[in-house]
Design a protein around this ligand. Structure first.
Ligand SMILES: Cc1cc2nc3c(=O)[nH]c(=O)nc-3n(C[C@H](O)[C@H](O)[C@H](O)COP(=O)(O)OP(=O)(O)OC[C@H]3O[C@@H](n4cnc5c(N)ncnc54)[C@H](O)[C@@H]3O)c2cc1C
Ligand code: FES
Length: 265
């Protein structure tokens, strides 16, 4: 069931100046949302924030006393994320969704989930679901520095292999996600790769996968106006197998996950 509701913020937690975790509780339809889906968020009243901003769902949990809890992580990059990240407990947030197609994987191999920075949110939600359903993914969580690893504690609670890497070596292995993944693949830990993060990082991951003849899918975080297929602000070009040329597709409705080969990466 889709939701379009105004919720009160239960918790606003700021582990560092550029990241805020927003937790909301108890609204109808929340537990219908699946990993890989996102919601459009906007303060209520919206003030000067004309358009809502897309945010992946980090987790949904059924509470012991009934109802559900939904969590988001906001990384400040501009005006909209600054406004959302400054919200406090008790303030109102309009949450509309769920949008996008849920992530799916069925196969015998252990998949690699490769997250860069705040791209961790949809992959964390998915890893939880995969672990619950008996698939134990391997998770590579990479970021610039240790302070950007905001979801590390959540990931450590999951029963899966977790590799952590930072560009500056402040936590985990030193190196970019693509370099660390390449080392693991070379030592035989092969499997299909799903990635979410900055585009430059996902393109490097796709190139490593191509070299190792492994399928790679990327969850795109294009700039979005509406989130539900109307504004065409999120269009990318994809050439699906069997098509003679690339066609425009909307990330918000046909995605957010695409084969990197079909994207021409
Ligand atoms: C499906 C989806 C899920 C997302 N999930 C999350 C999430 O869980 N947490 C989170 O913090 N962010 C997430 N994002 C990104 C977030 O929506 C953008 O950072 C936000 O919309 C930027 O708004 P702004 O007003 O702060 O920035 P603006 O003022 O619009 O832009 C500031 C700068 O950031 C750049 N920018 C804007 N949007 C993006 C983008 N999507 N990717 C890269 N650069 C961008 C602009 O080009 C500009 O340079 C997601 C995006 C999508 C499409
Ligand atoms: S965001 Fe409007 S069509 Fe995709």
């Amino acid at each position: 069931m889709p939701f379009n509701q105004i919720c009160q913020i239960q918790t606003a937690r700021r582990p560092n100046p550029s990241h805020t975790e927003l937790v909301i509780e108890g609204f109808n339809g929340a537990d219908e949302a699946r990993p890989g889906q996102f919601a459009m968020l906007r303060p209520d009243p919206p003030g000067d924030m004309l358009l809502a901003r897309p945010m992946s769902i980090h987790s949904i949990e059924r509470l012991a006393g009934g109802g559900t809890q939904m969590r988001f992580w906001i990384k400040i990059v501009g005006h909209g994320t600054r406004v959302l990240a400054a919200l406090e407990r008790g303030q109102s947030l309009r949450v509309v969704g769920p949008f996008g197609r849920p992530f799916e994987w069925k196969g015998p191999e252990q998949p690699w989930l490769v997250a860069g920075g705040i791209g961790v949110t949809p992959l964390h939600f998915w890893a939880r679901e995969l672990c619950t359903s008996g698939v134990r993914p391997r998770f590579l969580y990479a970021a610039r520095s240790s302070s950007d690893l905001v979801a590390l504690d959540d990931l450590r609670r999951l029963n899966m292999e977790l590799v952590v890497a930072t560009d500056d070596g402040s936590t985990g292995e030193r190196g970019f996600a693509s370099e660390v993944l390449a080392r693991r693949l070379e030592s035989g830990a092969r499997g299909p790769v799903f990635t979410c993060g900055p585009e430059v990082m996902m393109k490097s991951v796709a190139s490593v996968c191509r070299k190792h003849s492994l399928p790679c899918s990327a969850s795109l975080e294009t700039i979005m106006g509406c989130g539900f297929g109307v504004c065409l602000g999120c269009v990318v070009w994809r050439q699906a197998s069997g098509q003679s040329e690339a066609q425009p597709v909307r990330v918000c409705t046909e995605g957010t996950l695409f084969s990197t080969e079909e994207l021409g990466w």
